[in-house]
Write a protein that binds this ligand. Structure first.
Ligand code: SAM
Length: 372
């Protein structure tokens, strides 16, 4: 396995002619494709050997992943005007990957932050999603909320630390604009939001926060133990890492279309490299990340949607979410887990469930409080 990257000071022996360079690149991309597998959302954007013959051109894409940078720059250099005229192109350096691991993408989130997904998250409060953490909070604490999304839980937590502050970070910047707008609307001044990656947390020194919190985030990262290690690192001695993730979902009536939905939901998440329902073994991950078992307290919390307004809200959201372009892309086009028609039938079933007067839907979450 090799990684190639552009270098600003290229030496004579780094120069290759276009044919040997292309040959090398396609071989490299095959290896890269195998290495990254389906976990990589831009997996299908890598050039294939067929592209070589059909003359398909790589386009420079803005993809948020450290692992893509070498390829992006490589692609850019390969397809300059000069290369088409057959001139020498400049590549790069080659590092043997046997001693250097190529990082995988940091997020394997199957839904983007489309309006329906945002509506799901914006319903969340500290009371309905972080009640297990509230007894531990003191007025002057500092909190890092990783994967904060549109920040409704973050801003509720801010009220519990009026003499401290909270920072919400998310891998994507899209949900941070509504988060900031809500903070302003509510007049909350001890909360800030920034783009950040829980797998690195480079911006934060060791032992910085009293509490590091994640709600429904670790299920969407490819290396949750690494995330927990980072969360532990930036927590002060005596501080807390608090995590809540889905453990299971159950519903009535048992409509076949919803069984199909749950099956596809889990396959899409797993296929992308996520863990759709890790709530029952968060304490196992936490031990791998360095917390002794006796420093971890486990609990469980639920959401239940059964009242008419709750059913209408939840069913409309899911009917919309399964047909959102990014979900169709991940489930159908890239993942090959189902057809677009399957998703359309599932959307109809969600509407049917919403109209069922006895409809009931519950999500169980696992929760951990880890003391450092
Ligand atoms: C299901 S949402 C949860 C949002 C919020 N915590 C809540 O419960 O309302 C998952 C969030 O994790 C973010 N995320 C995924 N991978 C991440 C990473 N590596 N670092 C930080 N955030 C990440 C996603 O962008 C998304 O906003």
């Amino acid at each position: 396995m090799y990684v190639l990257y552009t270098s600003s000071s290229i030496e004579a022996n780094d120069l290759m002619d276009i044919n040997s360079a292309l040959c090398f690149v396609y071989t490299w991309c095959e290896e890269l494709r195998t290495y990254l597998g389906q976990a990589c959302s831009w997996h299908n954007q890598l050039p294939s050997p067929d592209d070589r013959n059909s003359g398909v051109r790589l386009k420079r894409k803005k993809i948020e992943s450290r692992a893509t940078l070498p390829l992006i720059y490589l692609a850019k250099d390969l397809y300059t005007e000069d290369t088409e005229k057959g001139k020498q192109i400049r590549i790069i350096k080659i590092i043997n990957m046997s001693t250097q691991e190529l990082p995988k993408p940091s997020s394997v989130y199957a839904s983007d932050h489309n309006p329906a997904t945002l509506r799901t998250h914006q319903w969340r409060t500290a009371a309905n999603s972080a009640a297990y953490l509230l007894p531990y909070l003191k007025r002057d604490m500092t909190i890092l909320d990783v994967g904060c999304g549109p920040g409704t839980i973050t801003l509720d937590l801010a009220r519990h630390v009026p003499d401290g502050y909270i920072i919400g970070i998310d891998y994507a910047d899209k949900p941070l604009a509504p988060a900031r707008a809500l903070a302003e609307e509510k007049g909350i001044t001890n909360a800030t939001f920034a783009v950040g990656d829980v797998l690195y947390l480079d911006e934060y020194a060791d032992n910085t926060f009293d509490v590091v919190h994640a709600h429904q985030v670790l299920q969407h990262v490819p290396d949750p133990v690494r995330a927990l290690r980072q969360m532990r690192r930036v927590t002060k001695p005596g501080g807390i890492v608090a995590v809540r993730e889905t453990a299971s979902m159950t519903w009535y009536p048992r409509l076949e279309g919803l069984d199909a939905w749950y099956d596809i939901y889990r396959r899409v998440a797993r296929g992308m490299g996520g863990n759709p329902d890790p709530g029952s073994y968060l304490h196992v991950w936490a031990q791998e990340a360095g917390f002794p078992r006796e420093a971890i307290t486990c609990s469980a919390g639920t959401w239940c949607f059964s009242e008419p307004a709750e059913r209408e809200w939840w069913s409309n959201i899911w009917a919309e979410r399964v047909l959102a372009p990014s979900y169709v892309e991940n489930a159908v086009v890239k993942g090959g887990h189902c057809s677009k028609e399957d998703l359309e039938r599932i959307a109809e079933t969600w509407q049917e469930w919403g109209k069922s007067k006895d409809g009931w839907f519950t999500i169980t979450h696992g929760e951990i409080i880890c003391r450092k």
